[in-house]
Write a protein that binds this ligand. Structure first.
Ligand code: SF4
Length: 237
């Protein structure tokens, strides 16, 4: 039977979290897990930055985990460094066991970002899996509105893959909610977001999107892949 954490007599179960504010969800997660909670941020999208900003107003003890695949845009790396200087939250950069050169030597040129499932497994999923051994829960900025595959994500769920609970305080937020928070709180954003990019991952598989295009259409464009594998095994729901 699934174990549902209680915080001050209040349940963290999915039903109880619907309809309450993202800030309150975040506060309950911090109260429940303390430093066994981590926030996962890519430093690409606005959602991760909203959560990072919100978290910084609640505590400075929860660690921010971010994956550097070795394929990130220079702008993303520089932006991450800027955020580290501006906020007091500890940021831990997770890196793959293999450098890009070692990966290519071992698996061939085809794995220079061209076989996304295997490359994402080595460069994103495995480093995250290793890091999560030190945590009981992680928070992520994914929203239901973003893609059909994300349309039914719960605010709180138990994840066997990483052996940890997953909390998505922004699950019910709209793009307008995100914009409003960014505006009102002067949240810094990756500069590529104002250059036509709407969802930013690794440089080889991210392109700007046109007017009216799905914001995530620029990721793994032309392939069936829609996710990196952190939220769904193999990158598919
Ligand atoms: S997004 Fe592309 S380059 Fe980045 S880890 Fe996945 S497959 Fe590799």
């Amino acid at each position: 039977m699934e174990q549902v954490p209680m915080v001050g007599g209040v349940s963290l179960s999915p039903e109880c979290l619907e309809g309450i504010s993202a800030r309150e969800i975040l506060e309950r997660a911090v109260a429940e897990y303390g430093d066994r909670l981590a926030l996962s941020v890519s430093f690409g999208g606005a959602e991760g930055m909203v959560l990072l900003d919100m978290l910084s107003r609640v505590t400075d003890e929860v660690r921010v985990l971010t994956i550097d695949t070795g394929f990130l845009f220079r702008e993303t790396v520089e932006f991450r460094e800027e955020v580290e200087r501006r906020y007091r939250l500890p940021v831990e950069v997770l890196r793959p066991a293999l450098s890009v050169e070692e990966q290519v030597r071992r698996y061939g040129e085809g794995l220079r970002g061209c076989q996304p499932d295997i490359c994402c497994q080595i460069r994103k999923v495995e480093p995250f899996e290793r890091a999560m051994q030190d945590y009981d829960a992680w928070m992520t900025g994914i929203r239901r509105e973003q893609t059909p595959t994300r349309s039914r994500i719960p605010i709180f769920s138990w994840g066997e893959r990483f052996g940890a609970a997953k909390v998505s305080p922004l699950a019910a937020w709209t793009a307008e909610d995100v914009d409003e928070y960014v505006r009102e709180n002067d949240v810094p954003l990756n500069p590529l977001l104002s250059m036509g990019y709407k969802s930013i991952g690794c440089e080889p598989q991210t392109r700007p999107v046109g007017e009216g295009e799905d914001p995530r259409a620029g990721r793994w464009s032309g392939s069936e892949k829609t996710e990196c594998g952190l939220h769904w095994a193999g990158g598919r729901s």
